[in-house]
Ligand binder design. Structure first.
Ligand code: NAD
Length: 395
C-alpha cells in the first residue's frame, strides 16, 4: 500500500515502515559520530524502549557502548492492511541494525505494568544476560491496570486546585486559541499518580533486585520534566507534576536499594521539552515547544531526544563521569532549555503569538516536521509515493 500521513488532532493514525527505519538510522548515525562511551553501559533494560526518550536511550547504549539491550514496549502490529504503530517499526529497525552490528537485542511487546511482562523480562535477563547494569524507565502511558488490585487507573492532564486558562495551538490547523481546563478531582490526581508515578518503577527494581539480576554498581534512571512557569499549572503543578513528584520519591528508595548493591545509584533526569507522542497530547505545551524550538535553533542549542540522551550518558553517567545533581537530587539535562536568555525570550514572545503570526513568531513548521518524523514521514531518501508492505514481523 502507499502510506501517507493521516493526522487526527494530536495523533497521526498511520506510520511508514521505511521512514521509521530511516529515523532510527539517523539516531544510530548520530551516536556513532559522537564516538564511544568509555566505559559505558553493557547490559541494559529499557522499559518504554520503542519511541521518544526510551528509544534514544536504547540507541545510545547499543551504538555508543555496544550494549546488549532488552526493550519493553506496548505497540500494535499492522492489522487488516492498517500500518503498525511507529514504535513497532522503530523496534524492528533498531533490532535489525543492532544484530547486524553483532549486538544482543531482544524485545517484549506487552504491558510493562503487568506481573506477566515483568516475569518474562526477568526470565530473559536470567537466561541471556545474567544481570543488567542499567535500567532505563521511560514509560508514558494513558492508563495502568494495577497488578495487585486489578483497578484500571487513567491519567489526566489537568491543573490541580483551580481552573487554568492559557493559550494553546492546534498544531494541525495552526489555530491559536484560549483553552480553559477545569481542575482535576482527587480521584483523577490519585489515578494519574498511579499511572505516571513511581510505584511501577519500584516494582520493577525490587523484582530485579530480589532475583539478583542487578549487576554490582547498576544504575537506574527515569525521566521527568519541569519547564517554564507558563506551563506550570498544567505540568509541574498539575496532575502530571504530582505524579512526577511521586517518581522522585520512588527514585530515592531505588537509589538506597542500588547503593547497597555495590554502590550503584538511581536518579531522575529532567529532560528538555520535545515533540513526542506523549507531549503532543498536553494542552499549551506544543505552543511552548514551537516557540522554544525557534529560540534554541537560533542560539544553536536545539537538541532532539537522541542528542539529549547521548549528552546525559556522555557527560553525567559514563565516560568516568558522575552526575551533577540540582538541589533536589535531579540531573538537569534541560539546562540549555532553561537558560535565562531562552526563557526571557519565551516570556516576551508568548503574549503576542496569534494565529496570524504563528509561522513567524514560532517554529510551528519545525514542530510539524518533527511530529511527522515520529511516524516516519518526511525523511530524506524515502519515496512516499511507492508501494510499501505495512505487515512487518518483529525479528
Ligand atoms: P513516548 O510516548 O515517545 O514513549 C513512551 C514509551 O512507553 C513507548 O515505548 C511505549 O510503547 C511505552 N509504553 C507506554 N505504555 C506502556 C505499557 N503499558 N507497557 C509497556 N510499554 C508502554 O514518550 P516520551 O515523551 O519519550 O516519554 C518518556 C518519558 O520521558 C516520560 O516519563 C515522560 O514524562 C518523560 N519526558 C518527556 C518529555 C517530552 O517533552 N516528551 C520531556 C521530559 C521528560
Amino acid at each position: 500500500m502507499i502510506i501517507k500521513p493521516k493526522v487526527r488532532g494530536f495523533v497521526c493514525i498511520t506510520s511508514h515502515p521505511e521512514g521509521c527505519a530511516a529515523h532510527v538510522q539517523e539516531w544510530i548515525d548520530y551516536v556513532k559520530a559522537k564516538g564511544p562511551l568509555t566505559p559505558g553501559p553493557k547490559k541494559v533494560l529499557v522499559i518504554g524502549s520503542s519511541t521518544g526518550y526510551g528509544l534514544a536511550s536504547r540507541v545510545a547504549a547499543a551504538f555508543g557502548s555496544k550494549a546488549a539491550t532488552l526493550g519493553i514496549f506496548f505497540e500494535r502490529p499492522s492489522e487488516d492492511g492498517r500500518p503498525a504503530t511507529p514504535g513497532w517499526y522503530n523496534t524492528i529497525a533498531f533490532t535489525n541494525a543492532a544484530r547486524a552490528a553483532g549486538l544482543y537485542a531482544k524485545n517484549l511487546n506487552g504491558d510493562a505494568f503487568s506481573d506477566d511482562i515483568k516475569r518474562q523480562a526477568l526470565e530473559l535477563i536470567k537466561s541471556d544476560l545474567g544481570q543488567v547494569d542499567l535500567v532505563v524507565y521511560s514509560l508514558a502511558s494513558p492508563r495502568r491496570t494495577h497488578p495487585r488490585t486489578g483497578a484500571v487507573h487513567k491519567s489526566v492532564l489537568k491543573p490541580v486546585g483551580t481552573s487554568y486558562t492559557n493559550k494553546t495551538v492546534d498544531t494541525d490547523k495552526g489555530i491559536v486559541s484560549t483553552v480553559t481546563i477545569e481542575p482535576a478531582s482527587p480521584q483523577e490526581i490519585a489515578d494519574t499518580t498511579a499511572v505516571m508515578g513511581g510505584e511501577d518503577w519500584e516494582l520493577w527494581m525490587n523484582a530485579l533486585s530480589e532475583a539478583k539480576l542487578l549487576a554490582p554498581g547498576a544504575q537506574s534512571v527515569a525521566y521527568s520534566y519541569i519547564g517554564p512557569e507558563v506551563t506550570w499549572a498544567i505540568y509541574k503543578n498539575g496532575t502530571i507534576g504530582l505524579a512526577k513528584n511521586d517518581l522522585e520519591r520512588a527514585g530515592k528508595n531505588i537509589d538506597s536499594l542500588l547503593k547497597l548493591n555495590g554502590g550503584g545509584r538511581a536518579f531522575i533526569s529532567v529532560n528538555k521539552a520535545l515533540v513526542t507522542q506523549a507531549s503532543s497530547a498536553i494542552p499549551v505545551v506544543p505552543l511552548y515547544i514551537s516557540i522554544l524550538y525557534k529560540l534554541m535553533k537560533a542560539h544553536g542549542t536545539h537538541e532532539g531526544c537522541i542528542e539529549q540522551i547521548q549528552r546525559l550518558f556522555a557527560t553525567q553517567m559514563y565516560n568516568g563521569k558522575t552526575p551533577t545533581f540540582d538541589e533536589a537530587g535531579r540531573v538537569r539535562i534541560d539546562d540549555w532549555e532553561m537558560r535565562p536568555e531562552i526563557q526571557n525570550a519565551v516570556r516576551e514572545i508568548w503574549p503576542r503569538v496569534t494565529t496570524e503570526n504563528l509561522a513567524t513568531e514560532t517554529d510551528i513548521a519545525g514542530y510539524r516536521t518533527e511530529f511527522l518524523k515520529l511516524f516516519g514521514f518526511g525523511l530524506p531518501g524515502i519515496n512516499y509515493e511507492a508501494e510499501t508492505e505495512p505487515h512487518r514481523l518483529m525479528p
